[in-house]
Design a protein around this ligand. Structure first.
Ligand SMILES: [Ca+2]
Length: 268
C-alpha cells in the first residue's frame, strides 16, 4: 500500500510540474519512483520501470524455518503435509521422488533425519501454507512477473541476477547442482543439499538466493490446470536438467505440493 501511495504522489507531483510548465506530457517519466522511507527490516526495495511495473518491497531471503515456526506457534497452524501425514522427498539413493511419512517443514527429509535448521529456507509448504503465513505477516506472494522482474534486477540482466555470466570468474553465485542430475552432484558451490539463507552474496538489489537453493511459490497459476508457477530453481537444478537458476525458467506444480526443495518468498 505504501508503494501505491508513493506512486500516486509521484504522479501528482509530475502533473503539477507539467501544468506549471504549460505542458503536462513533458513530465512523463521525469519523476523517478523512489523507495519508501520506512522499508521494513528484512525486506528490500525492487525498483519499478517508471511505467507498467511499479516498484515493490520483497523479502531479502527465502522464508526461513524460524520465521515460519513463529507463525505456527502463534496460531497453532497445521500444514497440509502434516494433515496428509507424508510429503515428497527426493532420494539421492533411489534417484527419484518418494512419499515419506512424517516429512514436514520441521523434518523436511522425514522424522529419521535432521530437523530443519532455523536459518534454512522453510520447505514442505504447500501454496495454502505459504499464503496462510503471508496473511499472518501482512504480505503476499509475488506474481511470476514480479518475481522475474526482481530477479532480473529490474530488467538489467537477461538470465541471472548477478550478471550476464552463469558462473562469473569461476565462482558459483548460488546453490544448485553441478553435474549430471540426478546421478552425480560435484558440489562445486559448496552445498550438497539445501543451504542456510545468505550463504551466498546478495544480488545488487539485496536479494539473497533469488536463484537456486529452493524453488519459490508464486501467485501465478496456469488457468487450465490451476497449477502454480514456481520460480528460481533449487539445489536439485542442473544445466543438464531444469536450469531453474535462470530466472526465465519456470515449473508448474499443484497447490498441495509438499517438497523438500520448495519454499517461498513474499512481497508487500
Ligand atoms: Ca549445491
Amino acid at each position: 500500500m505504501e508503494t501505491i501511495i508513493y506512486s500516486l504522489k509521484s504522479t501528482a507531483l509530475c502533473i503539477m510540474l507539467g501544468a506549471a510548465a504549460g505542458a503536462m506530457t513533458a513530465c512523463e517519466g521525469a519523476v523517478e519512483e523512489q523507495p519508501p522511507t520506512d522499508i521494513p527490516e528484512g525486506m528490500v526495495w525492487i525498483a519499478g520501470d517508471g511505467a507498467d511495473q511499479p516498484g515493490f518491497l520483497m523479502d531479502a531471503t527465502e522464508l526461513t524455518t524460524a520465521a515460519f515456526g513463529a507463525f505456527v506457534e502463534e496460531i497453532s497452524y497445521v500444514t497440509e503435509a502434516e494433515d496428509f501425514g507424508w510429503s515428497g522427498v527426493f532420494s539421492t539413493d533411489s534417484l527419484r521422488w518418494l512419499p515419506v511419512e512424517g516429512a514436514t517443514w520441521r523434518f523436511p527429509l522425514g522424522p529419521d533425519s535432521s530437523a530443519a535448521a532455523p536459518n534454512h529456507p522453510a520447505t514442505q509448504l504447500s501454496l495454502r501454507d505459504v499464503n496462510a503465513y503471508a496473511d499472518w505477516a501482512g504480505k503476499r506472494l509475488p506474481t511470476e512477473k514480479e518475481w522475474a522482474w526482481a530477479a532480473s534486477q529490474s530488467g538489467q540482466y537477461p538470465n541471472f541476477p548477478w550478471g550476464k555470466e552463469m558462473v562469473p570468474n569461476g565462482k558459483y553465485p548460488g546453490n544448485w547442482w553441478q553435474g549430471p542430475f540426478p546421478y552425480a552432484d560435484n558440489v562445486l558451490d559448496g552445498f550438497p543439499g539445501i543451504a542456510p539463507v545468505k550463504s551466498f552474496p546478495p544480488a545488487a538489489n539485496g536479494l539473497y538466493d533469488i536463484s537456486g537453493n529452493v524453488w519459490e511459490w508464486t501467485a501465478t497459476q496456469k488457468t487450465a490446470t490451476k497449477e502454480s508457477v514456481i520460480k528460481g530453481g533449487s539445489f536439485l537444478c542442473s544445466t543438464s536438467y531444469c536450469t531453474g537458476f535462470d530466472f526465465n525458467q519456470r515449473q508448474l506444480t499443484p497447490g498441495d505440493s509438499g517438497l523438500n526443495h520448495l519454499g517461498g518468498r513474499l512481497v508487500r
